[in-house]
Design a protein around this ligand. Structure first.
Ligand SMILES: [Zn+2]
Length: 93
């Protein structure tokens, strides 16, 4: 269905491996552990993020070669905050 809609709108379709897409940190590739509800926290760098957002960022990176720099720009553009003391990232809900 999604593939059909993308092609209808002349948008490119790319297939990526979704394995562990919500369990891998998009910043450092560490493993994300449950942090209450749908929120996950990276055990390596302390990033705190909704698991769906984590999955989308990882799938984008796999599909488009979404870079660390692009991720940082996204963080800046969306006004997401990064806690410098523990390097965690907070998304307003
Ligand atoms: Zn991390």
């Amino acid at each position: 269905m999604l593939e059909y809609k993308l092609k209808w709108n002349d948008l490119p379709v790319k297939y990526v491996n979704p394995a562990n897409s919500s369990k891998t940190c998009p910043l450092c590739s560490g493993s994300m552990a449950s942090y209450g509800g749908r929120i996950t926290k990276c055990e390596e760098c302390g990033l705190i993020m909704d698991r769906d957002v984590v999955a989308v960022l990882n799938l984008q990176m796999r599909g488009e070669g979404f870079t660390q720099r692009a991720l940082n720009e996204l963080i800046e553009r969306e006004g997401l905050s990064r806690n410098e003391s523990n390097n965690s990232l907070c998304i307003p809900t």
